[in-house]
Structure formats: structure tokens, C-alpha cells
Design a binder for this molecule. Sequence first.
Ligand SMILES: [Zn+2]
Ligand SMILES: [Zn+2]
Ligand SMILES: [Zn+2]
Ligand SMILES: [Zn+2]
Length: 216
Amino acid sequence: MENSVQFSRNYSDLSTERGFQFEFFCDRCGNGFRTQFKSFGMSAITGAVDVANSLFGGILGRAADVTDRVSSASRERAHDQAFIEATTELRPQFMQCPRCSNWVCKQSCWNHKKGLCKECAPDLGVEMSAAQSSRSVEEVWAHAAMAEEDKKLATENWRETIRASCPQCNAPLATNAKFCPECGAKLKTSAHCTECGAKLEPGAKFCGECGTKTVQ
Ligand SMILES: [Zn+2]
Ligand SMILES: [Zn+2]
Ligand SMILES: [Zn+2]
Ligand SMILES: [Zn+2]
């Protein structure tokens, strides 16, 4: 199997003799993502030889053996190729956390704002309501204190906090980088609304305060 592909090792091979299929799993929640089933034509050829062989009463026996060997070699190759295609197909659904290097699903285990997996950067809203619905008072307080800190970060200077990875290309970033060293994306913008003066989130199309369309 190809080792140069940089992707999760957490997968299962669902390939059958009729074709190839792979399923990759999120390291955090375990959700599986399957590739399209890709049928493999060689089995049809081998099948045809088998039919011919039985019709001619075994005269083609040797030919069938050879075909089997040839087809298993080319099947191997097609299988490797299908695996590479599978990784390219499913790679966009996953992110590798620069901190714990787990491959997690973008859908529910990736904290886009922090550029880390939710294991390393938990979703505080979710944590909060989980803590509130449980009966442990200490837990609620611990989480409330945490949320307070996070609020400060969020309102004042979350843009100044270190982004662990580029929002554009997801390359890992050094502390206080102003531009992504990989794609050159500008990392800190401090645009203000022309109407009400509120700070704008980078890339925002409308002001979050007054709804004015931003000029960028
Ligand atoms: Zn997940
Ligand atoms: Zn992580
Ligand atoms: Zn970048
Ligand atoms: Zn505004």
C-alpha cells in the first residue's frame, strides 16, 4: 500500500472481488466516510475465461491460471490506485489537528475558529450546556469560569490570539504570524464598519452590529 499519502490510517478496506471501496473514520467521534464503490473490470474478464473453460472441458485450464495470476497483479495495482483516489476523495472531509495530529471530521469535530480539533479546543457552548444539564455544581462553576475567560477573548482580541493554523490553507502557523507562510493569506485584519464603527470579523460581508454591507 502507498505510504506517501498523508492521511488517516484509521480506515477499513471494504473492497470485494467486484470492486474497491474504503471507509475512513474520524479519530474523535468515529464517524465513517465511505468512498463511492468503484467496480473493477478485471473480474468480468476472469469470469469470461471461467465460463469458456467450463464449456471446453478444462482445455483452457492453464490459460485460466495465467489469467488469474495476471489479473491478481493488476488487481493489486488497481487497488493501490483506488486507495490513492479514495484518500483524495475523502481528504477534504477531514482535518489533521496540528496539536494532537489526529485526523478528525470537519463536520463535527473541528473547531474552525481555533484551528484545532475539538478535543484540543472544546466547543465551549456545547461544554456549557452539557455541564448545566448535569447535576454537578462544581462542574457548572468550572465551566462558567472558563466561559467568562473565553468571552473576554472573544469580544476583545480573539484576532490577536494565536491561530494554530491558517484559515485559508490550514498550514500550521507560528506565533503572531501576520501572513501565512504557505499561501500568504493575511491573518490579522482589523476592519471597522463605516457606518457604526464596530470591529468586523475578517471576511465578514455585513457588519454584525448594524448590518451595513462592508467595503473591502
Ligand atoms: Zn468526528
Ligand atoms: Zn487535537
Ligand atoms: Zn495559508
Ligand atoms: Zn455597523
